[in-house]
Design a protein around this ligand. Sequence first.
Ligand SMILES: Nc1ncnc2c1ncn2[C@@H]1O[C@H](COP(=O)(O)OP(=O)(O)O)[C@@H](O)[C@H]1O
Ligand SMILES: Cc1ncc(COP(=O)(O)O)c(N)n1
Length: 261
Amino acid sequence: MTIPCVLSIAGSDSGGGAGIQADLKAFARSGVHGMTAITAITAQNTVEVRAVEAVSPGMIKAQIAAVADDLGVDAVKIGMLGSVATIEAVAEALGRLPAGTPIVLDPVMVAESGGRLLDVDAEESLRERIVPLVTVVTPNVAESRVLARAGEDVPLEEVARRIHALGPGAVIVTGGHREEASDLLFDGERFESIPGERHPGGAAHGSGCTHSATLAAQLAKGRSLMEAATAAREIAGAAVRDGLREVGAGAGPVNVLGLRS
Ligand SMILES: Nc1ncnc2c1ncn2[C@@H]1O[C@H](COP(=O)(O)OP(=O)(O)O)[C@@H](O)[C@H]1O
Ligand SMILES: Cc1ncc(COP(=O)(O)O)c(N)n1
């Protein structure tokens, strides 16, 4: 079998912890060939997002078409989209991929450091134009409540049901911000808890990106959704545990490749 080719449609993090930089490392960790369609460039470090510049819709579509026409796309991970114009471009490009291509959406809204990465007026487009097209959507708890328009009083199972009703194949609410750090999977029929140890002293900048990129890579390798979700939880958790705490003054970058000084 030839090596799977997986495409990340996401933003660039100049600090190297999240976005496409995290995705390429996660793809390598899972043994697939990584490709990128960059949606935005961020001037970002572990403390703040200083500036964001969108890539033009035409250039985003050209990147996706270039890799699809030659290398082929065995799975897609979508991260930061940023604006309505970018969402429209990505929705159009996804429609040209072969039916059945696994698509993982990490609905990135706000960076770990607090900077906004999705315009508020783009939340509705994300919900209507992208969420229904994807195989699995992987919000963290805060993102799940925005997608479901659910307040703190709504139980997480109901939040997942409401997101599923928007049309994706499945929902995984990631648990990095929950006390027990387990992920919650809902495929429209059953709930599965995907447990894992919490690493409170770890470095978590890029954990969501690492999780969704790993999920896409594992699906490209032919794993079932449950197998892929289990591997993504395990690999993201270990990347937080081994995270580079000493790098930067804020939340340090995850370390999915187990780098040591
Ligand atoms: N402190 C932690 N300890 C163990 N696993 C973690 C920790 N933080 C995040 N994870 C794991 O990393 C993945 C991403 O989670 P999360 O932090 O919820 O996403 P985001 O980075 O989008 O906020 C999930 O599988 C989650 O369980
Ligand atoms: C370009 C880009 N994409 C995604 C994230 C989210 O990652 P995190 O929530 O870990 O900051 C980010 N900070 N920057």
